[in-house]
Write a protein that binds this ligand. Structure first.
Ligand code: AMP
Ligand code: MG
Length: 318
């Protein structure tokens, strides 16, 4: 097994991860550790400290799990952006030192595109419509003439950010998405603004509204349920329009919010109603991790290299 292995390092936000993948797409290890906080969301410098503290331990665990040594590694792929500036620089300095110590080339990749590529690999898809919903990002994407095109996106915050900010207000800790999903099971519907604007959507007004309702004593469970139903319906509507417009019959959901079962159920119903097929990725590949960075590096090896970091790098610039 000579130099058939790529390691991928993720550090754009809360997660520091090291993934190890072969050139035929077999994941040998995907180890990560994520920053959490009780009531402060993500404090950028603390996130960077977190990454520096866990890096070596995570790398060692991944190498042990994959049973590899540096000698077998072809190159190191890392996520160059978009993301939190201090977290990106922490990650970059870590991979830079690994690269120099072990004589391995660096390949910087776009974090968002890595989410899309790993979902495509896992489901063996050719050309789906992508729905990418994470903390910061909420985008509907298709590929056209060799480039990603954004058909619709959030005009302000990402859906994950809305969930996490609401979670912070009501004391659920960070990240809050999975706790909101649990609480939503016991909730009833209260009306929230439904803010689809053409092919784009906006979430910040919904955040203001749920904060107001929380202040008026509306039960948290009801707010969780209504947040999910409203925001997921908004996205299902826009995605359906994107699929109708482009004629795509496959939808692929990626990003951390894709772990939500109710979200998947709604998208699956929408797809079935138009004879399309809904795909998602398993939980351990939905959120941020290193395997997706390794695979994106494999796909981009000839067009990228040591590009330092790029905090505002958009999907449609790749
Ligand atoms: P990512 O940035 O792709 O790792 O996604 C992180 C986001 O996913 C955070 O905002 C989480 O709150 C959110 N998330 C994780 N699990 C769930 C879930 N079960 N339901 C909704 N959102 C979730
Ligand atoms: Mg992400």
């Amino acid at each position: 097994m000579n130099k058939m292995i790529i390691i991928g390092v993720e550090s754009t936000a809360h997660t520091f991860g090291v993934g190890i993948i072969t050139k035929d797409g077999k994941i040998l290890a995907n180890v990560k550790d994520s920053y959490t906080s009780l009531n402060a969301g993500m404090i950028p410098d603390e996130v960077a400290d977190h990454h520096n503290t866990v890096a070596e331990e995570i790398r060692e665990k991944a190498f042990n799990e994959a049973r590899i040594t540096w000698g077998e590694v072809d190159f190191i792929s890392y996520s160059a952006g978009p993301g939190l500036d201090p977290a990106l620089w922490a990650g970059y300095n870590i991979v830079k030192s690994w690269s120099e110590k072990n004589g391995k080339q660096l390949v910087g990749v776009n974090h968002c595109c890595a989410h899309l590529s790993i979902g495509k690999l896992w489901n063996k898809l050719k050309d789906p419509c992508y729905l990418y919903v994470s903390g910061v990002n909420t985008q509907i994407i298709v590929q056209k003439e060799g480039k990603y095109r954004i058909m619709g996106e959030t005009l302000d915050i990402g859906l994950g950010n809305l969930l996490d900010k609401f979670g912070r207000v009501v004391g659920l800790g960070f990240p809050a998405g999975s706790k909101i999903e649990e609480l939503a099971k016991k909730g009833k519907y209260v009306e929230l603004p439904y803010t689809v604007k053409g092919m784009d959507m906006s979430f910040s007004g919904i955040l203001t509204k749920v904060q107001q309702l929380h202040g008026k004593g509306v039960p948290v469970e009801d707010l969780c349920f209504s947040l999910q139903e409203t925001c997921f319906a908004m996205l299902a509507e826009v995605v359906e329009r994107a699929m109708a417009h482009t004629g795509k019959q496959e939808l692929l959901l990626v990003g951390g919010v894709g772990a939500n079962k109710r979200f998947c159920e709604m998208l699956d119903i929408m797809c079935k109603e138009r004879d399309a097929v809904f795909y998602k990725v398993p939980m351990d590949l939905a959120g941020d991790q290193g395997a997706m960075i390794a695979w994106e590096g494999f796909l981009r090896k000839n067009e990228s290299g040591d590009i330092e970091v790029n905090p505002h790098w958009r999907t449609d610039e790749v």
